[in-house]
Every structure is written in C-alpha cells, then in structure tokens.
Design a protein around this ligand. Sequence first.
Ligand code: C2E
Ligand code: MG
Ligand code: MG
Length: 616
Amino acid sequence: MDNRYFYSYLHKQIPVMVMLSLFPGLGYIFLSWMHGIPLRAVVWYAGIVLVSIWGYRIYKQYIDNNLTNTQLKAWYKSLSLFYYAFFLLWLSIFLLFITEDQYQLHYIAIFTEIGASLVASVLLIPDKKLFKPNVIILMVPLIIYFFLIGEWFGYVLAIFAGVLAWVLIYAAESSHKLLMQTNYLANHDSLTGLKNRYFFINYLQDMMASLQGEKTWSYLLLIDLDHFKTINDSLGHDIGDRLLQDVASRITDQKHVDSLLARLGGDEFVVVGLEYDNKNECMAEAQALADRILLILKESYSVELHQLFISASIGVSLVSGKNNDASRLIKEADIAMYEAKEKGRDGVIVFDEEMEQRVEYNLEIEQLLHFSIDKNEVSLVYQPQLNEHGKVVGAEALVRWNNEKHGLIMPDLFIPIAEQTGSIIVLGRFIMETAFRTLSVWEQQGIHIQQFSINVSMRQFFYYDFVDDVRLLCKEYLTDSARKKIVFEVTESIVAEDIDKVIHIMEEVRDLGIRFSMDDFGTGYSSLSYLKRLPIDEIKIDRSFVSELNKEQNDQVMVSSILDMAKQFNLMVVAEGVETEAQFDFLRSKQCGIYQGFYFSRPLTDAEFQDFYKSN
Ligand code: C2E
Ligand code: MG
Ligand code: MG
C-alpha cells in the first residue's frame, strides 16, 4: 500500500458499506421483533449506527484535509478498524440469529453470513490484510455451525462452505494481483523500475497540497545526464539502457529511502525530498544530496566490455507551502538544470530569484517577439567588410529589433530566445528575404560587392523547409550572379549535430550557388577533421581573439595558426571585430584577406551603407 490510489479506492467504499448496513439493518430489527427478540437487535443496530457515524467521520477526514504521508498512515489504521468493526457486527447478528430456536432465523443468518463474506471479498480487494481475515472471520463460524449439526448433510454443507470461503479468497487474491500489476505498470518506468512521470506528477501535486499553508519546505532535484546521446548513438541502445539502470541504482543508494526518485524519460531523473520545517536545512540537504549524486555518477561504469564515464547536470528548486503549481516548479528546476549545462555541465544550480526575473523577462521577450515582424519592428543593418587596401568588398547583414516598449534590443539577447522557442524559423526567413531584396536593389544601383553574408541559426538550418525556402527566395530576388555573392554564416555548434545531415543540407544549398562561412571560429568545437569534411569556403576569426591581439602573445599565435591552417585548406578568412589600427596591421601582415570591425565601420542602415560604399 504505497499509493494514494488504493487509499482513495477504500475511502470510496465507506459509504457503500454504510448503506449496505444501515438499510438492511432495519429489516433485521423487524425480523427479530417478529420472533420476539427485539431488544438485542436494537442494541445491535445501535452499534451499526455508531460505527456508521464513525465511518462518516473517517470519510470526511480524508476529503477535508490534505493528509501528509504520516497522517495518511494513521488515517488508514482507523479505516481498517472501521471495516473490522462492521464485519464483526455482521458476525454478531449471525450469532444472535443462529442461536435462536426458530429455523427461519437460521436461514436468514446463513444467508447474511455468506452475503457479508461476499461483500468483504469484493469491497476490500485492494488490501489483503483486510479481505482475507474478514472473509475468514465470517466464514469459519458458518462452517462450524454446519459441522455442529452432526448429520451427513451438515458435513456436506460444512465442506461446501469451506470451498466457498476458499473461492472467495482466491478470487479476491487474483483480482488483487491484477490490480497491483496494472497499478504498477501505470506508475513505474519499465526500464529502471523507478516511478514514472505520471506517478511523479501526482505525487508532487499531493505533496504541494499537503505543504500548502504550512511553514514546511521540500526540494526537487532534476538530474540530466551529460552527453548521454553520444553513448546511445555510438554504442547502441542496449548499452545506453544498461547505463541508465546503473545510474538509477546509484541515485537510489544516495537518496533517503522515503524520498521519491522517478525517471521522467530519456536520461532525466527527478528526486523529491522529504519535508523540512526549516528552509536552510532543506536547502542544505538538497545541495548535499546533489553533490553526492554528482560524485557517484562520475565513477566509471562497466557495461559489457565497455568502461564508460558520464557526468550529470542538476537543477534544484525549492518547494514551500507558498507555491503550489507543480508545472511551474518543474519548469524552475528545468531552467536551473539548463543553467548548469550552460555553465559547463557536471554541476548543480539552485533556482533563484535572479533566474526567475530573467525567465519572466525572456517570457515577455518571447511574446513580444511573436508580433515583432507584423509590427514592423525588425530591420537589418549592414556592416562593411573590407580588403587589405581598405576597399569595401562585402557586407554582413545583422538583425535589429526596435521594440516600442523596450527600445532597441540586440540580437545577442533575442536570437537565443527565438531559437529556443522556434520563432527563429519565421524570423530567419524574414531576415533572409529582406537581405536578398537589399542585395538585389544594390545590384541594380551599382553597388557591387563580392560577398554578402547572412547569419543562419542552427534551428533554422535544420528546419525541414529550409532548403526549399532558400530556393524559392533565390528565384524571387536573385540573379545567378547575385546568388554567388551570398554567404551563409553558421556557427561551430552545427558539428555537434548529425554531420552527414549537415553536409547534405549544405550541398543542396551550394547547388544554388550559395557559399558557407564558419562564424565565430575558434570558440566552439573546432577540429580539423570536421573542417575538412564540411563544404565551407570561409572562416571568421572570432572577435575575442582579435580584440586580445595587441595584448596577448597567445592570441597572436592562435590567429597566426588559424590563418596558416585556412591557407592549407584553401579557405577565405574574415577577421571580425577589428577595432584598432594595430590589430589591422597585424592581421594584414599575416594576409588575413577580409576585415570587419568598428575600426572601419559600425553596422549601417541600408542608406548609410550605400553612402559608405560610394564614398569609399
Ligand atoms: P556575429 O555573427 O559574430 O556578428 C558580429 C557581431 O559583432 C555583431 O554584433 C557586430 O555588431 C559585432 N561587431 C562587429 N565589429 C565589431 C567590433 O569591432 N567590436 C565589437 N565589440 N563588436 C563588433 P550584433 O549585431 O550584436 O550580433 C550579435 C550576434 O547575433 C551575431 O554575431 C550573430 O551571432 C547574431 N545575429 C545577428 N544578426 C543575426 C541574424 O540576422 N540572424 C541570426 N541567426 N543571428 C544573428
Ligand atoms: Mg555573423
Ligand atoms: Mg561572429
């Protein structure tokens, strides 16, 4: 009985039991009055009434209060006593009637006893400790009665009654087993045997309701394995599954036996802590448990012949009587967990107020972003790209969002949100269309540059309609020669995805004449092997290297080697964020190729860019 489902089932049977006793009970008073034993029956009925009132109170107690787990256990004890009391009362009416001389009362007594046993075996199915003893308590006196008749038919009836008792218990046990099985399946994760998401949500909601109004605290740990997908993809799902089972048992060992551990799906686990009277104590417990889990999960796993290592990122949120929205709480833990991932994984982050504000702000941005294009708030600016002689040879289109409430919002802030929420698909298409249109106008107005760069975000790149969209927009706006000027900038994070798929998409886009550039090169997953495989034409040295050029010996070496390598692979190089003459001089001495940065120009509006080009 670890489950509120059973409690509520037995709770629902209370009124049934009361009705089955109160109304037929009147009939027994009438019968005993007819046979001259009214007083004892009235006393018996008074017992029925008293126990019914008691049952009503138990019934109400369950509905009115959100019982905590310990309260629930106590409640269940009185519920069991209530059922025992009722069936004992039915036994007593049997004994009363069967000891009378009138044979009519005997028939009624026998039927009463069989009926009561049936009721016990049907209503009390969820709990073996209830239905078994009650059926025995009711049936054994009947068997004895038949036996005491002392004649052959009495012995036969005694045997029949014994068989009936066995059948009742057997049937109840089978149904009980089935009930347990269905309930187990509905609430457990089949791979790890832990509780599943469904159970967890119900549990959390119950727990929050029981905390409500009180000054008690609990916590939620959301545990997500780092790079689990890699193991699954490279070693197969069987190995992945075995690893998950190991992880589940390691976490089980660390947590308190009475706290809840559930698997939410994939490589995500959750722990719901116990209740604490003190916030700091609760927090300390959560932190300590999270630390222990991080440590234990990092120890090596041997699965079949593999030695595996994995770490986890954990998000923590605190539950108090104040907040009673389960989905919000889970979201908080989720946000904290993602923060842990972003901070380099293998860590714990506790959800706090600052995060809450940021989430609310992001939520608002997300909503505003939704209408930004229709409200004409999104525009593009163009930053010139120059060659070593200072001649404008290209431009990078950069998006700007001028919101009526928040003013100018920079892409570093809203592009990641747009990526997360998916609005980048619409936004990205709008940017591409605007950029293509601008280029075609420039072409007509005699502004001839070699390349025109557009940033493409990862989610946009992988959108199923991406290539078709590009093809359509090319057709609508660009001549063949103009298409050859378009460069799509992607970031290094793209290589964390399915590389064959990336190459396939790139090849399709290249068939239209469009080239690819690796933006922010050197900040991400740079590796020569993928550079060789990807069909890219250009890399952009990230401005973090360029800005440190005049100070850092290391960055000079870094930039030089990027340039050497690019030469080997026959790639164009654009230096981003050139701000000073010294930086420009250094880069030029290394024959970087193309230069972009505030030293030459900030991103300009369309008209400003045209002026810049003409006066250049
Ligand atoms: P990015 O693609 O690396 O763009 C270069 C960023 O560096 C731009 O910031 C630009 O204004 C800034 N920058 C250029 N020269 C200098 C310099 O000399 N010094 C300094 N300190 N900064 C310089 P911006 O426009 O704020 O864009 C930031 C990032 O947002 C971009 O980085 C890009 O990742 C993203 N982004 C911008 N526009 C778009 C877009 O249309 N689509 C997508 N998907 N992402 C965009
Ligand atoms: Mg860029
Ligand atoms: Mg960049």
